[in-house]
Design a protein around this ligand. Structure first.
Ligand SMILES: Cc1ncc(COP(=O)(O)O)c(C=O)c1O
Length: 366
């Protein structure tokens, strides 16, 4: 599985690990990131991206996202760099890739390492190179909601031999890679996956490419049709993206163009039309119910660190607006539907648009 997944991503090496959270943690440890280091990551992501940084005693620096992709904004990265910055973690979120040209350029300029959080993107290509093979390490999740899953599971990918060797040891209780002249033995725990889970992944890998292409084709069709409806804006696809993988199909809603009807009302209406779950994007990490660094005493290394990890000190207006006022999200399984069902989504959005007065009146009554 590891060889096949590495080949699918276009990376030289891959190790399967217990889940996506520890994939990030081991990536940080392989790169020797720890106490005293700052790691820049987007304020719009699952809490695990930041939690992994906390768990290696480094400080998560939350920066805002690009309003067109909801992925980390390279301009914000650049202005968050300090002498303590050690790494950047771009997250390829939902159905967009972060601007990897800009991120890699900043990393080169400031001598930083890059860990790609690929929990949402199994098979995206940037100029033909896979997400997870562009930075120093790619961290994947194969948890139950992902497009390829073993219930729980994860993977790390890298092109660097030194990291491959270190990651083996970190995954496997500190044991060194058998038969390798450059093997190392590092302090660690058990982050392995079972062979049974690997077998489940292997079977799914066979259809991953075909499904990725189908999802991308349907998403591009949705992008082009939904953009014709006033007040609906698809996410931006960077021209460098040669294939986009999806964890969810997300688009932007402009309540002004919908007569002032808030996006939460629109989401409910669309969910009712489609009889499917319609959601928003993650809560911004500076105001997130499941990102609470100050509830864990282990992080009270000293008073400076305790203050530095307070998420409330970061400003994330784009992420906040996306979550509260703008984003509409459909689960990835929708993108495998027949064209008829995809058309039904477009028709449902158009129908809500043309009955917006009725919707507003109904919302005002409740
Ligand atoms: C962006 C992101 N990063 C990391 C993770 C962590 O993965 P896991 O749940 O496998 O630990 C997730 C999980 O859903 C995620 O969405």
């Amino acid at each position: 599985v590891e060889e096949e997944f590495a080949e699918f991503i276009g990376a030289r090496h891959c190790w399967l690990v217990a889940n996506g959270t520890v994939a990030l943690q081991l990536a940080l440890e392989a790169l020797d990131i720890g106490a005293g280091d700052e790691v820049i990551l987007p304020g719009l992501t699952f809490q695990a991206t930041a939690a992994a940084v906390l768990d290696v005693n480094a400080v998560p620096i939350l920066v805002d996202v690009d309003p067109e992709t909801y992925c980390i904004d390279p301009k914000q990265v650049e202005s968050a760099i300090t002498p303590r910055t050690a790494a950047i973690i771009p997250v390829h979120l939902y159905g967009c890739m972060a601007d990897m040209d800009a991120i890699l350029e900043i990393a080169r300029k400031h001598n930083l390492v890059v860990i790609e959080d690929c929990a949402h993107t199994h098979g995206s290509l940037w100029r033909g190179v896979g997400a997870g093979a562009l930075g120093d390490v790619g961290a994947f999740s194969m948890q139950q909601s992902k497009v390829i899953t073993s219930g729980e599971g994860g993977a790390v990918t890298t092109n660097r031999r030194d990291l491959y060797v270190r990651l083996y040891s970190l995954r496997n209780c500190g044991r060194s890679l058998p038969g390798a002249e450059d093997a190392v033995s590092l302090q660690s725990g058990n982050y392995r996956i079972t062979e049974w889970q690997a077998a489940v992944l292997l079977a799914q890998l066979e259809r991953l490419e075909e499904q990725t292409l189908r999802r991308d084709e349907n998403a591009q069709y949705l992008n082009s049709e939904l953009s014709k409806i006033e007040g609906i804006k698809p996410m931006k696809r960077h021209p460098q993206v040669t294939r986009q993988a999806y964890y969810a199909y997300v688009f932007r809603y402009d309540s002004e163009a919908f007569g002032g009807v808030h996006v939460s009302v629109f989401r409910r209406a669309l969910g009712a039309e489609l009889n499917a779950g319609v959601g928003t994007v993650y809560e911004p990490l500076n105001d997130c119910s499941i990102y609470q660094p100050h509830t864990k005493r282990r992080y009270r290394i000293n008073e400076n660190h305790w203050e530095a990890i307070d998420p409330k000190r970061f400003r994330l207006p784009v992420a906040t607006r996306a979550h509260r006022d703008e984003a509409v999200s459909l689960f990835h399984s929708v993108l495998l539907a027949e064209r008829k069902a995809i058309d039904a989504i477009i028709e449902a959005v158009a129908k809500i648009r043309s009955n917006v007065d009725e919707l507003r009146e109904a919302a005002e009554r409740t």
